[in-house]
Design a protein around this ligand. Structure first.
Ligand SMILES: [Zn+2]
Length: 67
């Protein structure tokens, strides 16, 4: 019921604040999102901590622009 968590992250490229809705029901995962301000890809790494019932989000600038 309460698997969705909102996290606010900062774009590593331009510093724009983005609010993401994370779905923890699938466990830890990596994904990419595009910054709505500068359109660069942001590499996000979501770690679901079932013991603390918390989500940790690691953000990376994806420096190699393959896209
Ligand atoms: Zn940006």
């Amino acid at each position: 019921m309460n698997n969705y968590t909102e996290k606010q992250v900062e774009c590593p490229h331009c510093g724009h604040h983005i609010t993401l809705t994370l779905d923890a029901s699938n466990g830890s995962q990596e994904f990419y999102d595009d910054c709505p301000a500068c359109c660069h890809a942001i590499h996000l790494n979501m770690q679901v901590d079932h013991i603390e019932d918390d989500i940790k989000l690691t953000i990376d600038a994806d420096d190699e622009q393959i896209f």
